[in-house]
Every structure is written in C-alpha cells, then in structure tokens.
Design a protein around this ligand. Structure first.
Ligand code: F6R
Length: 352
C-alpha cells in the first residue's frame, strides 16, 4: 500500500494533525463569512485598499487582489514591509492582518495607518494588534486562535473579501455572492477528494509524488500568480523543502534562460503550470510554448487547473490543491507539516 494511503502512518508523521485543518477549509470559509458580518466596517468609500501582513497573513491580500481587482476601480495594494507607501493617505482603507497579532512589520504599518488617519481594520486572533485596535476603537475582526497562520487562510482572506464586496454595485455584488456559493460547494467536494481518495485517483497525492526529491518551480498567470506564491510557501513551510515561483508573461523575459545551469541542479527541478481558462490569449499561447520548451529539454512538467465555473471557486480550489499536495509531500519527506522551527527561532532572536 502507498504510504499516502495509510491513515495510520500519515497520523504518525502529522503529529499536530494538520490534516484535520485542511479538511476543515470549506467549513472555515463559511465561519469566516459569518464572522465578518458581525463587524460593522465603515467607510465603504475609499481611495484605495492596502493589505498589510506577512507570510500566511499576507497571502489573503494577494488572493483578494487577484480576484477582486478586475471588479474594483480602486487600487488594492499588498504591503509586506514596515512602512506604508507614501501614497497611502487618510482616504485609504487599511487592513492590518496578523494571525498572531504580534508580527512587528504588520504592527508598524498599523500604527502608521492610524497616524496618517487611514480607516484601519484589524484582522487577528489576538496579541498586540487586537490591543491596538481596542485602544484606538477601530474595527476588529477577531478570528479563532490556536492554528498555524497558514491553515487559517479562510479567516485571513474572507473578511477582506466580504468587506470589499459591500463596495461593489448591486449587480457585481450579487454576481460575486453567487461565485462565493459555488466556491463553497467546490471546496467541499475537493476536500473530500484530496483527503479521502487513494493515490491512483487523488491529484494531490500524485502531485506530491511528482514533487518528491525535486525542487518545484511553480508558474502562474494573471489569476494564478498569487496561488503560485502560496504553493511555494506551503511547500517551504509544510514539506520543509525549497521551492520557487514565477509568473507569465514576465518569466519569458528572464527565468527561462536560467533553466540551464548549474548542471548539478538541472534535472532536479519539476515544473508546475497553474492554468486558468480566463488567461489572456497570448498568455495561453505562452503557457503552451513553455510546456513545449520544457518537454523538448526533457524536464518534467505538469499542468493543473482550479475547479468550477466562477473565478473564486477556481482560485480557492487551486490553493486547496497546493495545500494538500504540500501536506502529502511533508508525509513523503517524513516531516511533521505543522512546526516551523526556524520562523519561531528567527522571531525570538529578533525580539532579543
Ligand atoms: C506560519 C506562517 C507564517 C506567519 C508569519 C506572520 O504558519 O504561515 O508565514 O504567517 O510569520 O505571522 P502572523 O501570521 O502571526 O502575523
């Protein structure tokens, strides 16, 4: 029997039970939606939206931008830094997102947002960010605690999404709400598939097998660029393995030339193309050529796509596939997917 089809051996490696949290993703999406309704957030008019966060707390901002920017006539900016860009002024809506509430870069941006007179919304499970929001009486979306931040993605993405949907006109909002319903159904179906099916019928397990003992290079396009970054970081944190991401069309102007050297690494990479039916026709052609070029060089290449009609379902199910594939990759590597010892050590050293 494949190791990935043996629940007992999976549980032995997955000591902190990440599997349970991955399975709960659709349910978390629902809970996060309801939770946002409890926070009354003003204003719904703004000059732009900044999402400040790091790591697992920032990626929700990238996903938001991928999904919503085409529907919104105001800029959405993700800030992974200590300082807000100078153009973020009092007319901006600023989300400070930190699962722990103690990430120093995010706290620094939140304080700066307050001093510039921005509308600040804090999304956190507690810590100093919660205290700051309470002290300044700004909207606080308090999310359930005790999870690794990257497994709390639903809680760090949906509050942003639901809040900004209120800024759309009626027709666009209703369409987005229909997409949301579909996303719930599709993620539910996929969770059952990725968790329950044996390797022969399970795309997440098969992908993990393809990534094992290799360095994954994940390539996205317009909608899937943020997902490529999520896959990369999930492979790093869950499987404790290096990974790389890039996006089309930009990667045709640099990345592809770097497929040649060093010779010891050539053939150690595996390429995963994150496709989407809404790609610009030229990007579609570019993906096709990318695949040809890789195959001509004998380099392993896989193509995957999200599920569903709507963009939101496709986006979230593709995230989900990467989450499960990186989980199974951790099992193949024999490492517990949950602990991130070096991130914790880094934060401790910084605070000394
Ligand atoms: C850990 C993880 C990290 C954290 C990051 C920021 O699961 O994903 O990338 O998200 O170190 O910490 P928080 O999310 O607490 O602000």
């Amino acid at each position: 029997m494949s190791l990935l089809d043996d629940p007992q051996r999976i549980a032995e490696v997955d000591r902190a039970d990440m599997r349970r949290l991955l399975r709960a993703f659709p349910e978390q999406l629902r809970r996060a939606w309801d939770l946002t309704a409890q926070a009354s957030i003003e204003p719904l008019e703004f000059d732009g939206v900044a999402v400040c966060g790091m790591g697992g707390s920032a990626i929700g901002g990238d996903l938001l931008r991928s999904y919503l920017q085409p529907k919104l006539n105001k800029p959405i900016q993700v800030v992974r830094d200590y300082e807000l860009p100078p153009f973020v002024d009092g007319g901006w809506l600023v989300f400070a997102v930190s699962y722990s509430g103690n990430t120093e870069e995010t706290l620094s941006c939140a304080r700066e947002a307050l001093s510039r007179g921005c509308s600040l919304v804090a999304v956190t499970s507690g810590g100093r960010l919660k205290a700051l929001a309470q002290e300044h009486n700004t909207p606080l979306i308090e999310v359930p605690g005790e999870m690794p931040p990257r497994t709390a993605l639903a809680f760090l993405f949906v509050p942003l999404l639901r809040t900004l949907l209120l800024a759309l006109d009626d027709e666009a909002r209703k369409a987005a709400e229909r997409e949301w319903q579909e996303a719930l159904e599709q993620t539910q179906e996929r969770a059952a598939l990725y968790d329950g099916k044996p390797e022969a019928e399970n795309p997440a397990k098969r992908l993990a097998r393809a990534l094992f003992e290799r360095i994954p290079a994940i390539y996205g396009g317009a909608l899937t660029e943020a997902v490529a970054r999520r896959w990369k970081t999930q492979i790093n944190e869950n499987a404790k393995q290096p990974a790389h991401w890039d996006a089309l069309p930009e990667l045709h102007h640099n990345e592809i030339v770097g497929w040649e050297w060093p010779s010891a690494l050539k053939g150690r990479f595996v390429y995963v193309l994150l496709r989407d039916p809404d790609e610009h026709p030229r990007v579609q052609k570019r993906f096709h050529i990318t695949r040809e070029l890789l195959e001509e060089r004998g380099l392993p290449v896989f193509e995957v796509q999200g599920q569903g009609e709507g963009r939101l379902a496709r986006l979230l199910t593709l995230v989900q596939l990467g989450d499960w594939a990186s989980f199974y990759l951790a099992i193949l590597n024999g490492v517990d997917p949950t602990p991130v010892a070096l991130i914790d050590a880094m934060k401790r050293r910084l605070s000394r």
